[in-house]
Design a protein around this ligand. Structure first.
Ligand SMILES: [Zn+2]
Ligand SMILES: [Zn+2]
Length: 294
């Protein structure tokens, strides 16, 4: 019995190490982060482009009744008096109710194929650290933290207005998959689906935008390794990614509302290329969700 007890303790310790993944302090019970680090994860707030979700420094969004309202403020307009002194979104902890601006100059010049890309958190500090440990240090258990953050994005009005039917992870090239051992986007998509399923089966109030639980389907494959893109600008990334993704043979895409899943949203070029492939095969709509915006 004692042996069994020890085994259970040992298994529990594996699931939840007794250290915060970021600072090493004792974590909140049953969590991977301490309360300080959990609180340090910064939400995207303020005004963002309604398509690519990039912030527009200096842009002013008119105060809106709800997050659904698209601000009619012009990009680049400067009206300092309106810049949020009385706004509920001006708190430093970046309210989840970011405001949506009209499309940014990049999206107007060359519209991405996805209807919108949503990322609830900022990829800095604690969030960046957790993403890094998850992807590169093999701490796959941190998927719980990351998918939990990602789930906040399901409340975004842009996803609520047309609920997705299926989660599609951004695929990795087979070579990278073999080196890393897992596709981070797929692991996150499955964890997100399980969070939604738990919320649906219990009486946890959550995700009313999804009428039923949502599944994960790997509808895409990466046909070309595009190398690392971190040093490339948006235009170069788009060029580099042209034709890099294809719909898998016999994948059911036609007429479906698809939610692409990735870990971090940077320029949106990868999601754009994925969405293009899905739309070409007849997807009804393609939206995207990432944990954080780079
Ligand atoms: Zn901590
Ligand atoms: Zn944009």
């Amino acid at each position: 019995m004692k042996m069994f007890h020890t085994c259970v303790q040992w298994a529990g310790a594996l699931l939840y190490p007794p250290f915060c993944a970021v600072c090493g302090e004792p974590p909140v019970r049953g969590r991977h982060l301490c309360s300080g680090c959990a609180a340090g994860a910064a939400r995207v707030g303020g005004a963002v482009c309604r398509q690519c979700s990039r912030g527009a420094p200096g842009a002013v969004a008119l105060e809106s009744e709800s997050a659904v309202t698209v601000a009619s403020g012009r990009l680049g307009a400067s009206e300092p008096g309106l810049a949020g002194d009385s706004s509920p979104d001006s708190s430093p902890d970046l309210s989840p109710k970011g405001r949506l601006l009209p499309r940014c100059a990049d999206c107007r010049a060359r519209a991405p194929a996805f209807a919108c890309a949503v990322a609830p958190y900022l990829a800095g500090g604690v969030v960046r650290e957790v993403v890094h440990q998850f992807k590169y240090d093999g701490k796959r258990y941190l998927r719980r933290v990351l998918a939990g953050w990602m789930a906040a994005g399901l409340e975004d009005p842009r996803l609520k207005e047309e609920p997705p039917e299926v989660l599609v992870p951004v695929p990795l090239h087979w070579w990278k998959l073999r080196r890393r051992g897992f596709n981070q986007a797929e692991v996150l998509a499955r964890e997100l689906a399980s969070i939604v399923a738990q919320a649906k089966s219990g009486d946890v109030a959550g995700y009313p935008m999804l009428a039923v639980t949502i599944g994960v389907e790997e509808l895409l494959k990466r046909v070309r390794d595009t190398g690392t893109q971190t040093r490339l600008g948006r235009g170069e990334r788009l060029e580099n990614l042209r034709g890099a993704f294809a719909v898998r043979p016999r994948a059911r895409v036609r007429g479906r509302r698809i939610l692409l899943v990735d870990d971090v949203l940077t320029t949106g070029a990868t999601l754009d290329a994925c969405a293009e492939a899905l739309l070409k095969d007849g997807a009804a709509s393609v939206r995207a969700l990432a944990v954080a915006r780079g």
